[in-house]
Structure formats: structure tokens, C-alpha cells
Design a protein around this ligand. Structure first.
Ligand code: PLP
Length: 384
């Protein structure tokens, strides 16, 4: 009855089952995995947001497959405050970054074509690839005083079917930026092999130690840069994201014309959100300040709790909301995560969620409210 592409293992895993049981128990949970900013106690300007959604202009329907011009202007202004020039004709609005990925995969890949993805990284790609009939081929990142792309392995992974390389910039959960020299090499590799760069920049603004340059003006090869307000303004429920296309002029124009047809087929964005886009993007300053302040406080709490605990370490972070902990690999990380949940009320993600190639890694969210973070961490470090 069903297509092979949806032939997924639909059974929940042991950790998800344990979490479900914990929720039913009613016990307090120290959730060190939180990634939903609307549930972390951040302050939003509710009156301004609600006001922006209630404009009479939202009662009119003026469909534009690339998104309303006023909303695209707001995205252009976002980049110009970061020092990047983007033309509104090179932007296409979507409901989410995931939708933007789908559009790009439909544009670039025939069934069975391949895309290179980083590992470790964010766990959404497998489903996106299945839905779009694309095969994912992993290229390794390695850690040596910070994270780097294994460019040799990346080149070895290229086949005649490779259509592009995905970069998460900064990456989730490793929190590192693609370096300028890596970008130059990637541009050379991609343009020599008719491959595009797909840069996911949802965490671009949340910098701690180093600022990263957006790919939005990358010209070295056909480039799709995506982001959205789910992270930038902490408003995932509003469903507003975008895709910017850059690169050699003729290829860019062809890509945009084809993307426009894909977008026109769905016209998935609604008018109220597009009308509110300038204000929703303006909210980012207050939101980002709160996030970065919390991330810094939690990071310093983490470092002080790690003092004297030589068997644990945390990996360097340049940006983002997550920290990667190195722990002794004496048993599967998943087993430890289940024990922490069942016996100590602490929930976190084992490294294999993000495709860490070996045991001994845990990922914790740095936007967890401070008190829960501190107590959850104390429990974790005394039991791991
Ligand atoms: C790296 C990365 N890209 C994209 C997304 C999803 O963004 P959106 O809500 O715009 O689909 C996430 C969500 O956590 C993410 O971590």
C-alpha cells in the first residue's frame, strides 16, 4: 500500500519510551535537552507580536511565490545589519528551514542522487532525504582544538551522483563555524564537480567565541543559504523561514526561476505572518540578548562544575545553544541516558542522536533555565 520511501521504523526507541513513562509519573524533570525557546522562560513582547499579527492588510490575498516583498525587505535588512548585501529578488520565503531544504532537494536531485552531510550533526536530514528520494553520504568532522571538516574524506565521498554539500553553520550540536579556508576549498571542490553548497544558518547569530560570516553572498559556486525566525527570533510557532540563492549569475537565475515554480505550486506561507515579518524579525535583538546571556551563564556553571572532574570534559564551542560533553565510554551512552532519566530525573541526548561515531558523548542544551541546568548537571556529573 505504501511507498518504500516511507518504510521507516515507526517504533519509538527505549529512551523515548522512558521519557513517556517519566512524563506520566508526574515527577519533576531536569530537562537538559530543551530546544523549544517558547518554553524556557524568555520574555517576549507579547503586545507587539499580537499587534503585528492583527493588521487589516492580512485580510487581502496577494500571492507571490517568492513571498511578499515587504517580508523579503525585512530579510534583506536582517542581512544588511550583519554587513551582507542581499537582493530581494534572490530570496524566497518558506514556512520552515525544513521546507527550504525540501525545495532545494527537489530542485537539485534526481531520485538516487547524493548529498554530502556532516557528521556529527542535526538529526533531521535522514527523513528529509527519504521524503525527497535523495541518498545521504556522510562526511566526517573531526575535533582537534576545535572542529574541522575532513576535506580529504569529503572529496573521497564525491561520486558522479553527488549534487551538493550541506553545511550547518554554525553546526548543531558541535557549535563550530565553517572556517574561511574551508569555504574557499569547498567552493573549489563544488564548482569543479557541479555541486552546490547548502548552508543552514539558523544559529548564525548566537555567537560566543567567534563570529562566522554568512554564506548569503558566497559566489564561488551555486549556494543556497537558509535560515528563519524559529531560532533567530525564538519564534518557531510562527513558521517563517527563507532561502537565499547566490553564485554564478546564470545558474543563480535558472535556480530561482525553477524554485519559483516549486514555491508557486504550494504557496504555503500565510499572509498574517508575512505582514508581521518586519516586526517578528525586529524581536530578535531582545531575544538574542537573553539567549546569549543564559548560554554564557550556563556555560560558566558547567565549567565550574567540571573543575576537579578529570574524567569529564566539554568540547570547545564557538556558537549555538548546545554543549558536547566527553564522558568515559564505559557503556553505551543511551544506557546512561536511560538510567539518568529513570533514577535521577535528568533527560539529555546521547551522542548517537547526532551521529557521533563512537560512545562517550552527551549533548546538553545551554538554554535550559539556570536552576534546572545547574541541578540537572550536578546529578549528571555525580552519576555518569
Ligand atoms: C541546524 C538546524 N536547522 C534547521 C532546524 C529547523 O528549523 P525550522 O524550524 O526553521 O525548520 C533546526 C532545528 O532545531 C536546526 O537545529
Amino acid at each position: 500500500m505504501f511507498a518504500d520511501r516511507t518504510n521507516w521504523n515507526l517504533k519509538s526507541n527505549r529512551l523515548a519510551d522512558a521519557l513517556e513513562r517519566h512524563k506520566l509519573s508526574g515527577r519533576k524533570l531536569f530537562d537538559l535537552s530543551t530546544s523549544n525557546p517558547t518554553e524556557c522562560g524568555f520574555k517576549y513582547d507579547a503586545a507587539a507580536i499580537m499587534g503585528a499579527l492583527c493588521t487589516p492588510a492580512s485580510l487581502q490575498y496577494h500571492p507571490d511565490p517568492r513571498g511578499l516583498k515587504s517580508a523579503r525587505h525585512a530579510v534583506r535588512d536582517y542581512y544588511s545589519t550583519r554587513g551582507d548585501r542581499v537582493n530581494i529578488d534572490d530570496l524566497l520565503l518558506t514556512t520552515s528551514t525544513s521546507e527550504a531544504y525540501s525545495f532545494v532537494l527537489r530542485l537539485l536531485a534526481n531520485p538516487g542522487d547524493e548529498l554530502l552531510i556532516p557528521t556529527p550533526s542535526y538529526p533531521l536530514f535522514d527523513f528529509l532525504a527519504d521524503i525527497n528520494d535523495v541518498k545521504l553520504v556522510r562526511y566526517p568532522l573531526f575535533y582537534d582544538h576545535g572542529w574541522h571538516i575532513d576535506l580529504y574524506a569529503l572529496k573521497q565521498a564525491i561520486t558522479p551522483r553527488t549534487r551538493g554539500v550541506i553545511l550547518v553553520h554554525p553546526n548543531n550540536p558541535t557549535g563550530h563555524f565553517t572556517k574561511v579556508e574551508e569555504t574557499a576549498q569547498l567552493n573549489r571542490i563544488c564548482s569543479a564537480n557541479q555541486m552546490a553548497i547548502i548552508a543552514d544558518e539558523v544559529f548564525l547569530d548566537f555567537t560566543l567565541d567567534a563570529a562566522g560570516k554568512s554564506f548569503v553572498a558566497n559566489e564561488g559556486t551555486l549556494t543556497f543559504t537558509m535560515s528563519g525566525i524559529s531560532k533567530i527570533s525564538g519564534l518557531p510557532q510562527m513558521k517563517l523561514a527563507w532561502l537565499a540563492v547566490s553564485g554564478p549569475e546564470e545558474m543563480k537565475r535558472e535556480a530561482l526561476a525553477r524554485l519559483e515554480i516549486i514555491a508557486d505550486t504550494y504557496l504555503s506561507l500565510n499572509a498574517p505572518i508575512q505582514m508581521a515579518a518586519p516586526l517578528l524579525l525586529q524581536q530578535r535583538a531582545a531575544f538574542q540578548q537573553q539567549v546569549v546571556a543564559r548560554v554564557r551563564r550556563n556555560l560558566s556553571e558547567l565549567d565550574s562544575q567540571l573543575i576537579g572532574k578529570k574524567q569529564f570534559g566539554r568540547l570547545a564551542i564557538e556558537a549555538g545553544w548546545y554543549a558536547v560533553l566527553r564522558i568515559p565510554a564505559t557503556r553505551p551512552d543511551e544506557e546512561l541516558a536511560i538510567e539518568l532519566l529513570e533514577q535521577h530525573d535528568v533527560y539529555l541526548h546521547p551522542g548517537h542522536f547526532y551521529d557521533f561515531p563512537e560512545e562517550g558523548y552527551l549533548v546538553i542544551s545551554l538554554i535550559t533555565p539556570e536552576q534546572d541546568f545547574s541541578e540537572g548537571l550536578r546529578r549528571l556529573l555525580s552519576k555518569a
